[in-house]
Design a protein around this ligand. Structure first.
Ligand code: HEM
Length: 417
């Protein structure tokens, strides 16, 4: 099992997944970094050094200057050894978030139409039906559940698998694979960690096997699902390469699931901890759209991405040489007092909620943001209509994760209306 021993607690919050379990303390330290050292250099034996960006302005500016700042094949922070090992084995990730320039643009185009607002709007009926089924499941559970694991995880998984065309009986397999991917650092979801690198390799192979069969099937018998689009996708007039195709499936499956599930469970936690906000939403379901923006700002399920300077440059007077890298801290940027009034106040009516940067910005702006928004804004009003007296029934537990994370157990009780 990998453990990070980091002396400086301010550096630790960006390196050590275990620091995410206490979001209040995490934000106190992030506030300190933003106020004193907004371009904060982190050095540690486990990783190549990087600068952390904690202000909204810096995260925004770096994200949108895609020529100067590249994602590269190493846009997700991982231990040096893991990076090197995956590269040596020819398994380095090669998804949209690991591409730049023309390569990124042509690959994104393969599925882009599927994720446009009008296309996603057409799936509103299907999302609503899936949400209804999970409200029903909560009813059957009789007034008590772990909202994160019993509802948020399977609901968001089902929506994305429905889009893909993965049959419901394969969803447990998909859950296992997405949780075994690079996003999940929490020991609870990682299974046997005596060989952490072996586990990552095994997960990639599991995806390769599953989606390999799916590709062959969709090439033989195309349907109207997203898997068919990826299986038959072309870039510059040629079929997608095998590696790019595999990673396309992986990024949409992983990015489309854990992120939104943590958004929904974290949103529910925030509403439980701010009962007046829950009542406001119950009374006026039209607040759900702004509430969803606020929830994504508040929870920031994607915690970080890296960018690499393509030329010597500087940020706030700090020189950054060509090839050096910066870490975009979305949770820190989403609580920047320069942009958000009283940033540590959860308020579903806040007028500045839409300034959130939790979906990124620029060429890599979250492809699935429209789905994520609809999933959350559809589910919450339905829950509040169906149930009264929703209460916390135990301590919320946050996942150990420095890439994608949030509340992983949320015990609640509720009364049927
Ligand atoms: C609350 C839920 C979500 C959050 C907070 C989130 C956040 C993000 C962030 C921060 C990025 C990187 C943006 C950047 O570099 O500027 C991203 C990229 C991406 N997201 Fe999401 N996401 C969510 C849900 C989803 C869903 C539901 C899907 C798929 C259905 C999805 C698919 C993707 C993909 C494919 C990319 C890569 C885009 C690219 O590099 O061009 N995400 N997301």
């Amino acid at each position: 099992m990998l453990t990070f021993e980091v002396d400086d607690p301010r550096a630790a919050i960006f390196l050590d997944p275990a620091r995410s379990v206490d979001p209040v303390r995490w934000h106190e330290l992030a506030d300190e970094v933003r106020a004193t050292d907004p371009v904060f250099r982190v050095e540690h034996d486990w990783v190549e050094p990087f600068y952390v960006l904690t202000t909204h302005e810096d995260v925004f500016e770096v994200s949108r200057h895609n020529d100067l700042w590249h994602n590269t094949r190493r846009s997700v922070l991982m231990p040096k050894m893991q990076d090197q090992m995956l590269e040596a084995m020819g398994l380095s990730p090669h998804s949209l978030v690991h591409m730049d320039g023309h390569e990124h643009a042509v690959h994104r185009k393969v599925t882009n139409d599927w994720f446009k607002p009008a296309a996603v709007k057409k799936r509103q009926g299907a999302i609503g039906e899936i949400a209804d089924a999970f409200v029903e499941r909560m009813r059957e559970m009789g007034g008590e559940c772990d909202f994160a694991q019993d509802i948020a995880v399977p609901y968001t998984l089902h929506v994305i698998m429905d889009i893909y065309g993965v049959p419901p009986e394969d969803e447990p397999k998909m859950l296992e694979l997405t949780q075994g991917m690079f996003g999940a650092a929490d020991p609870e979801f990682m299974g046997d960690m005596s060989d952490p690198f072996g586990a990552v390799v095994e997960t990639i192979e599991g995806f390769r096997e599953y989606f390999g069969e799916m590709t062959a099937d969709r090439r033989r018998c195309p349907t109207d699902d997203l898997a068919t689009v990826i299986a038959n996708g072309e870039v510059d007039g040629c079929p997608l390469g095998d590696t790019q195709e595999l990673w396309y499936y992986i990024i949409v499956a992983t990015a489309g699931h854990d992120t939104t599930s943590y958004g929904l469970s974290g949103g529910m936690q925030a509403l439980l901890e701010h009962p007046e906000q829950m009542e406001a939403l119950r009374e006026d379901p039209s607040l759900a759209t702004n509430a969803t923006e606020e929830i994504v700002r508040w929870t920031s399920p994607v915690r970080q991405f890296l960018r690499y300077a393509q030329a010597d440059t500087e940020i706030r007077g700090v020189p950054v040489a060509e090839g050096e890298r910066v870490l975009l801290s979305y949770p820190a940027a989403n609580r920047d007092p320069a942009v958000f009034d009283e940033p540590h106040r959860f308020d579903i009516t806040r007028p500045d909620a839409s300034k959130l940067i939790g979906f990124g910005v620029g060429a890599h702006y979250c492809l699935g943001s429209q789905f994520a928004r609809r999933e959350i804004s559809t589910m919450l009003p339905k829950l509040l209509e169906a149930f009264d007296d929703i209460q916390l029934a135990g301590e919320p537990l946050w996942a150990e994760a420095n890439f994608v994370g949030g509340v992983k157990h949320l015990p609640i009780t509720y009364r049927l209306r």
